[in-house]
Design a protein around this ligand. Structure first.
Ligand code: NAD
Ligand code: ISE
Length: 338
């Protein structure tokens, strides 16, 4: 039984605690902490876990075999580095850290430790639709891929959400997905700013990002974070001989009163419900008997952050910004992630 300590008991922290407590096998949440001590205490009481005063004491606790970090992005680096220093596996929600420099410090610490401890929460790799799309691509049915069209639409975002977060917090999922889908690096980023939606006040929303890949494949990503109608994630690959797109998620399609309806999820919890379950079960299983995580690595987290930093520079400067990665430590070479 893997004993897990969770840092950050906000929206996704509570959702992951629910799945580790009520859905998944081989795991028990023994410890939680949050800067909002009242929330942490209430969550701890509801599952019979201990509430810790801070992340540092939770990480070194003898009752914690592995750590799950679900606090705000700028706090991730400190906790992931502390988990590595304690020699404990750590699942960190995306982004691994909020800058490429911080991610590189994590990569270097893990490489110095000598084996993998870190997994990053890029859950699209575990989604049935994305896995099916990748299977079609890998079979070669489409011929060589040429382009991919993506849309990442949120119904709304909180007031503190900035235009840069459309890249660092939102499109960062597409950045990781594209690297995994095509098995190659993104080499340059451009960002276009269409007419602004009135739904977001002063926020520059939507954005249109264009990624160039090593092979010449181009990927466009629309981020619309105040689209109101729901949470809508789209992806279509255009190949030499055909196209393949993420399918409808609805198990039933209703036609009534002259109209057909296909429900749209409310948010990421609903859309990626099963993907998070699979992601966590595979992570738990990989650690059984002292094993190592095999999902998205610290290197993947770093590579996504470099592209994300390039996207922010492209947004601010209006130019095409090349992506330059540091040299990859041997620990991450030839690794086959989930
Ligand atoms: P949230 O604001 O609902 O929860 C974050 C919690 O962290 C809050 O309770 C806050 O008090 C706590 N916190 C902040 N700083 C802390 C610190 N130093 N130590 C301990 N606790 C601290 O946010 P959220 O939506 O749950 O997002 C949390 C993380 O999960 C973010 O990194 C976000 O990008 C990521 N996320 C991922 C997905 C996904 O689809 N994979 C979806 C949503 C959020
Ligand atoms: C949020 O943090 C997530 O990760 C969601 O998956 C994403 O859709 C949303 O835009 C982010 O803010």
């Amino acid at each position: 039984m893997l004993r897990v300590g969770v840092i950050g008991t906000g929206m996704i922290g509570q959702d992951h605690i629910r799945r580790m407590t009520s859905v998944l096998a081989g795991v028990r949440v023994t410890a939680v902490t949050d800067v909002d001590a009242a929330v942490a205490a209430s969550v701890a009481a509801s599952i019979g876990a201990a509430s810790f005063p801070d992340g540092a004491s939770l990480i070194v606790s003898d009752d914690v075999d592995a750590v799950v970090v679900c606090s705000w992005g700028p706090t991730h680096e400190e906790y992931v580095l502390a988990a590595i220093a304690a020699g404990k596996p750590v699942f960190c929600e995306k982004p691994l850290a909020t800058t490429a420099a911080a991610c590189l410090r994590i990569v270097e610490a893990e490489a110095a430790f000598g084996s993998r401890l870190v997994q990053v929460g890029y859950m699209r790799r575990y989604d049935a639709s994305y896995r099916a799309l990748k299977a079609v691509l890998d079979r070669g049915d489409l011929g060589a891929p040429l382009m991919m069209h993506c849309a990442h639409r949120n119904a709304s975002v909180p007031g503190f959400y900035s235009r840069e977060m459309a890249i660092t917090d939102t499109a960062v999922h597409e950045i990781d997905m594209v690297r995994w889908m095509f098995g190659e690096e993104i080499t340059a980023v451009r960002v276009l700013t269409p007419r602004r939606s009135g739904n977001g006040g002063d926020l520059q929303d939507p954005l249109l990002l264009i990624f160039e890949l090593e092979s010449g494949v181009l990927v466009d990503v629309e981020t619309s974070v105040n689209i109101r109608y729901g949470y809508d994630i789209r992806g279509e690959i255009v190949g030499e001989n055909g196209t393949a797109a993420l399918g409808s998620l609805s198990p039933v399609q209703v036609r009534v009163a002259g109209a057909a309806s296909d429900p749209v999820p409310a948010d990421w919890r609903e859309r990626f419900l099963r993907a998070y379950d699979v992601e966590f079960q595979e992570w738990i299983d990989s650690l059984a008997g002292g094993g190592q995580p095999v999902g998205p690595s610290a290197w993947d987290g770093y590579a996504a952050a470099v592209v994300s930093d390039a996207g922010v520079a492209a947004l601010r400067g209006g130019e095409r910004v090349p992506v330059v990665l540091a040299s990859q430590p041997a620990l991450y070479r030839a690794e086959v992630a989930a």
